[in-house]
Design a protein around this ligand. Structure first.
Ligand SMILES: [Fe+2]
Length: 387
């Protein structure tokens, strides 16, 4: 087993200081989302770093291959790529970096790579990526892969060690403007990364420790981060949790809960953080039956006994209003509406207990009924009142 993280992580300094230091006098391409352009953050960066060769600020949520290829073609060449945004922006930046490096061969080579037919070529050398996350959940700032959605609505990964960002700059101040829905969904994504690193065939003592610490922080801070959006202390805790869960997941990859999530996002539009987390209590039960002691790092994170883990996860999800959020996004019988397989072998196969397609469907169905079946209370109404 190996543990690897070549990303320089900068925490505890204003993002502009860290960014100016990382970019230096190199030419830079800025990739961000339109919200940040309108919030004057881009002007602030230009004032400090000088003009980028180009600003790309129209990254779509869950970027598709066709749009990544188009952005890669339109992007001017630069010595460094600065990506400021949530997971979709960071993943798009990796895709654009790959298109730059592959040149005219990019559409063909990336298409073959996404289908699993080929690695990216030897000597693949994209421009260095400096990642500045503005959400707390994706972990993309410390991984070597990017999620790209096919125009067939299937989820693919582009992956290469050269796609690790060279630096991740973590400033909790940039996460303060996340709306409650995004705080919740991204925090749930981080929670799922921590759990999936634990019930994973590739777990190590290091990934277990990081996952436990991340779970502990999320259990103590996510609900409060949703309800108190201006609390810098809660934002900082969630950012640290997301980083640790991301580093654990960057080494183990994800597992069954992520495998089952993809059709919910691709076919029914359920945001990733909700899709990969609403099944967590049921996945815990499934794994507990055969690998009880493997859940110890999760019990440690909750500060509870092993046997209590599934119930504690279920109570946490209910307390966060996940059931209410599911009802808002999904039809009454979501499993009947999903045509795709819930098993993506490269993810589900990492689960400590091998699942099959039938058990995965039953498990997702149970998870949905448990959370959405008893008129759950919305958390966002409470968030509105405390603002
Ligand atoms: Fe995820």
């Amino acid at each position: 087993m190996q543990f690897q993280s070549p990303v320089k992580i900068r925490i505890g300094e204003p993002y502009l200081d860290a960014l100016a230091d990382e970019v230096g006098d190199r030419s830079w391409l800025l990739i961000t989302s339109r919200g940040w352009t309108t919030r004057h953050l881009v002007d602030e960066m230009i004032g400090r770093l000088g003009r980028p060769v180009m600003v790309i600020d129209h990254v779509e949520p869950n970027p598709r291959l066709s749009s990544v290829l188009a952005m890669g073609r339109e992007a001017s060449r630069a010595e460094a790529i600065v990506a400021v945004g949530g997971g979709s922006v960071l993943d798009a930046a990796k895709g654009i970096a790959a298109v730059h490096a592959l040149g005219p061969e990019a559409p063909d080579q990336i298409a073959r790579h996404l289908k699993g037919e080929a690695l990216l070529p030897r000597g693949f050398a994209p421009p260095p990526i400096i990642a500045v996350p503005t959400t707390s959940g994706t972990g993309s700032e410390v991984t070597r892969w990017a999620t790209i959605w096919g125009d067939d609505r299937r989820k693919y990964s582009i992956e290469d060690p050269a796609l690790y960002p060279t630096a991740a700059i973590l400033d909790p101040g940039l996460t303060m403007t996340m709306p409650p829905e995004v705080t919740l969904a991204s925090g749930l994504d981080a929670l799922s990364h921590a759990f999936e690193a634990v019930w994973n065939r590739s777990h190590t003592v290091l990934t277990d420790l990081m996952a436990s610490a991340a779970i502990d922080l999320i259990v103590r801070n996510l609900r409060e981060a949703v309800l108190q959006p201006q609390s810098r202390r809660r934002r900082e805790a969630m950012q640290t949790a997301s980083l640790m869960a991301g580093m654990a997941m960057a080494n183990t990859r994800t597992a069954l809960a992520h495998s089952m999530s993809y059709p919910f996002t691709a076919e029914l539009g359920l945001p990733h953080g909700l899709a990969c987390s609403f099944t967590l209590a049921e996945v815990a039960r499934f794994n507990f039956e055969t690998h009880e002691t493997r859940l110890q790092p999760i019990a440690k994170g909750f500060g509870c006994d092993l046997a209590e883990v599934p119930e504690r996860i279920e109570a946490l999800l209910k307390g966060l209003g996940v059931g209410e959020a599911l009802i808002r996004y999904l039809p009454a019988d979501p499993l009947a509406a999903i045509k795709g397989d819930l098993i993506t072998p490269s993810r589900a196969g990492n689960n400590i207990r091998p699942p099959d397609a039938k058990s995965a469907r039953a498990l997702a169905d149970r998870a949905y009924s448990t959370l959405a079946g008893d008129r759950p209370r919305p958390i966002f109404e409470a968030a509105e009142k405390t603002r």
